[in-house]
Design a protein around this ligand. Sequence first.
Ligand SMILES: Cc1ncc(COP(=O)(O)O)c(C=O)c1O
Length: 364
Amino acid sequence: MDRPPRTIDEIDTPAAIIDLDLVKRNIKALEDFLHDRPVHARPHAKTHKTPAIGRLQVEAGAPGLTCAKVGEAEAMVDGGIDDVLIANQVVGPTKIERTCRLAERARVSVEVDDATNVDEISQAAQRHGVAIGVVVEIDVGGPRAGVPAGKPALSLARQVMVRPGLDFVGLMAYEGHTVGIENFEEREAAARAALAPVIETRQMCEAEGIPVREVTGGATNTFDITGAIEGWTELQAGTYVTMDAWFRTHVGHVFAQAFWILCSVTSRAKPGYVHMDGGRKSIAFEPTGTPVIDDPEGLKIEAVAEEHLHVKMLPGAPDLRPGDKVRVTPWHGCSTFNLHDTVYVLQDDEVVDIWPISGRGRFT
Ligand SMILES: Cc1ncc(COP(=O)(O)O)c(C=O)c1O
């Protein structure tokens, strides 16, 4: 076919697809939750890596996006986002130079936890005549970097305040080690306990006259926990916008699954099984779980090979034929987006657009 597909049936597979109405509904659900609170979203682009989705989030009220890497931030700015927080240490002359160049055309903030790094960024920012926003990362117990809360964070904040070319934005912490706790009350207690020292550090800064404009962090599974902490200002939830099979076990009642890999049945030759053309090259493989087929019922993915899915037909499974199309829900949405160049945008199974996932593969 030499024209783009017009309906889901015409899409060549495997292919990344999103339901635009559900994406917008997820964005609205988060904005509705934040509406009466002194907290705004800065959604993490690491999930969709797609500027067009980021623009919807900004149109809905976010001041900008969170990004994992300089390259992801460059892709978002190229795609029309004018305010990005790189929620990672930016280390080494190449990345610092790129960050400063990006700051010539967008508002750019970075995360720091090292005094020498602060000086290097300050010197580069002065050379470029730009101001780089800076958040001090605080270690809250997970497998991430960051300085300890309290005096070490305060001392770094002091340094950022007096270095030319830097704009001290505030504090950042990510409570990722708490997001997988099944029970809500236990998750809430763990996240609040982890983040309390960040709020105390905020108070220490302010007691010294250091203004803390943002306290930023938070995830999809803790949006209603971190987003409700007094003194928190910014929520970095990312996966909520399209969801995946893991996240929805926690917050599927709030955010709808809106992203799938569309696969085609390739074989019914083996009794009791159906084979499909998705595999590890198109659906990220995660040791913690397997992709899921919700609709039709009765199909259980037993193995994910490089180029195919090995799917057991349970009682009640439909009589699928080669060529039939099936939506497969990835276990991990972020790393699955990373495997695709484009995402087909559907409304009622019509293809209304095809968006570049221009932030994919941007790991530097
Ligand atoms: C720095 C940071 N902020 C926020 C998030 C939250 O993302 P999600 O909503 O997908 O849990 C993550 C997830 O890895 C992260 O690394």
